[in-house]
Design a protein around this ligand. Sequence first.
Ligand SMILES: [Zn+2]
Length: 337
Amino acid sequence: MNIMTMVALRINLTLPSLTDRHRRVLTMLRLTLLSDTQLLLQTPGPAEARTCVLEAPHADTESYRFTQVTEEISARDDPECEKERPYGDRLRVFRGTMLQESTGKELKVVFKVAYDEPCLLLLANEAEIYTEHLVKVQKEYVPRMYGSFVGETDEGKTRVTVLEDWGEELRIPLKVQPVKFRLLVVKALLEIHRRANVVHHDFADRHIVVKTTPTGYWPVLVDFTKALLHPDECLIEWPFKVYALEPAMAHTCHELWDVISEEAELWCPSYLNFFNVLVPVAEVTEPADLLKYTPDWVECSEAQLMAQAKSVYSNIEGFSNIIQRRGEPGVVTPFRS
Ligand SMILES: [Zn+2]
């Protein structure tokens, strides 16, 4: 090991102690890059500092020096409330900065630290997906991964993954974003499917992260801990017509169908569910059109039937309101090349 490289990458993470977290004793976790593929993790305590070397099968080859940790993303809403973190204190996410030695440029980064077996497996899966498959879409539709380091620490086996900090997670639901933005998100997922051959498997608003650029918002997808390879060819017609009737799910990639239709609401429902009867939307121009589909087993008054028909019909009314509010439907074009 070259002694000169021992100081190449250094970070001080301030973590609430894992063993005495209720008294919030702070423990310093220090990470130092030893070489391209080794990260030194130190946990100073009352006794001698415990040091351990984490190996990185997925490391970047550049030299970086960590400068500071600015916040814990996984506990931002309430640092005292571990319930806010889906995996408690066993998988935590921090934000910080590091210096790229060759250019002197300060880079914003995110660190994910995992301690127990289920969380280690999640980060291991994510690191493999990033390294083996997402490389083709990194820095465009997903953030860049700088490295993922694994080894033994006081807490047992530990993994630290270092990623580019792309920006802020989506705070306003995707559904109510402008069409152009929703299309950018769908386009990112589509490229991840088609170019990287990866299915995200945990698509949610909190996994959309947005960078603000001079030309507008630039969303990417994050958290590939549950991602898997696309089992077959990704079937979707592209570009598609916004607010067209949704195509049959059976003939379209399931994740994309779900995201376009349910999460981004860029397709109109093609069927209305009236007492478990699927009525083609094309057959319905007003609530009363649904009444003739009432199944025999339904026993209720005409007023109740009409109330139900109005409620079901409001699903497509909602869509026509959306269309009026956000402009005419059209064919997708406004993407970065
Ligand atoms: Zn697909």
